[in-house]
Design a protein around this ligand. Structure first.
Ligand code: 13P
Length: 284
C-alpha cells in the first residue's frame, strides 16, 4: 500500500476508543520491525522519525526504506515527523514524502505557538500532509528538546480549546503529566485533564512519553480520548540490548547478520505487544 497520512487512522481510533502506536525508528532494521509488527497484528501503524534521525540519514534514504516497506504491506502505514521546531526540516520532510509532521512550538508563548503551528498547517495542507501540534510542556528529553521538571506544565484546557479551534491540527498533543525517557518514579498522569480536553475538542489526542507506562495507564488514557501513543525510548533500548545480548551469548561469533536478526526480533516483539495493548481499551 502507498503511505497514508494519520487523519483516517486516528479518527477511526478515536471513534473506536483504541489507539494507533507511533514508533520512533532509528534505521532500516527498526522501520522493518515496525512494519512487520503492524502486518502480523493486521493493524495500521505510524512510523515516526525524530529530527535528529532525519538529519543523520537524510530524507532520501528514509523515504526509500519506508516506501519500500509500505509497498509490500497490506496495512495502512504513515510516516510522521516527531517533535520538530525547525520549519526547514518540516518543509523538507513534506516535500520528500512524509505524510504527517509535528510542529513543536510549545516552548514559545501561546500566540507564537499558535502562529507557527498555523503556518505549518498551511504548508502541509496542499500536499494532504497531516499536522500534530503541542501545547504545554512535556518533561524529559526528546531529540534536542530538553524540558526540566520545574519548566514542565500541563496544557491549559481553555487554551487547548482556543488552540485547536484556531490551528485546526489533525492531532493535538497536550502535556498531561507523562514524560519523555525513562520514568524515575510513578508517573503522575492528569487523567481528568485528558478527559476535559478530549470532551472540549473533537481532535484526536496524542499521548507522548509512552515508554514505561503501565498497561492500565495506557488503557485509561486511550479510553479518555488518546488516539495516538508515542513510543521511542523502548525502541532505543531494544535496539542496543538486542545487539549486545546476542553478542554476550555468542561472544566468539562475528556474524553481523545474526546480530541484526536478533536485534530485529527484540524490536518487533516489543512493538507487537504494544500494538495489541493499544487495541484493547477497557481500563481495569
Ligand atoms: P518515550 O521516549 O518516553 O517513549 O516517548 C516517546 C515520545 O513521546 C516521542 O515523541
Amino acid at each position: 500500500m502507498s503511505l497514508e497520512n494519520i487523519k483516517t487512522m486516528l479518527s477511526d481510533a478515536r471513534t473506536g476508543q483504541y489507539a494507533i502506536g507511533a514508533f520512533n525508528i532509528l534505521d532500516y532494521n527498526s522501520a522493518r520491525a515496525v512494519v512487520e509488527a503492524a502486518q502480523e497484528t493486521e493493524t495500521p501503524v505510524i512510523i515516526q522519525t525524530s529530527s535528529k534521525t532525519v538529519v543523520f540519514w537524510g530524507t532520501r534514504a528514509i523515504i526509500n526504506w519506508v516506501r519500500e516497506l509500505a509497498d509490500s504491506s497490506t496495512v495502512p502505514i504513515a510516516l510522521h515527523l516527531d517533535h520538530c521546531r525547525d520549519l526547514e526540516i518540516i518543509r523538507e520532510c513534506i516535500n520528500s514524502g512524509w505524510t504527517s509532521v509535528m510542529i513543536d512550538a510549545s516552548s514559545k508563548p501561546f500566540e507564537e505557538n499558535l502562529a507557527l503551528s498555523s503556518q505549518v498547517v498551511e504548508m502541509a495542507r496542499p500536499g494532504n500532509v497531516t499536522v500534530e501540534a503541542e501545547l504545554g510542556a512535556i518533561v524529559g528529553v526528546e531529540d534536542d528538546i530538553h524540558v526540566k521538571q520545574q519548566d514542565a506544565h500541563l496544557a491549559d484546557p481553555g487554551q487547548a480549546v482556543e488552540f485547536c479551534a484556531r490551528v485546526e491540527p489533525d492531532c493535538f498533543a497536550p502535556a498531561v503529566g507523562t514524560a519523555h525517557g525513562v520514568y524515575k518514579g510513578e508517573p503522575k498522569i492528569a487523567y481528568e485533564r485528558i478527559e476535559e480536553i478530549a470532551k472540549a475538542t473533537d481532535i484526536p489526542l496524542a499521548l507522548h512519553g509512552g515508554t514505561g507506562l503501565s498497561d492500565d495507564a495506557f488503557k485509561k488514557c486511550i479510553s479518555l480520548g488518546c488516539a495516538k501513543v508515542n513510543i521511542s525510548t523502548q525502541l532505543k533500548y531494544a535496539f542496543i540490548d538486542g545487539f549486545v545480548d546476542y553478542h554476550n551469548r555468542n561472544n566468539t561469533e562475528y556474524n553481523p547478520l545474526k546480530v541484526i536478526d536478533a536485534q530485529f526480533k527484540q524490536l518487533k516483539s516489543g512493538i507487537v505487544k504494544k500494538i495489541r495493548l493499544f487495541r484493547k481499551t477497557q481500563a481495569t
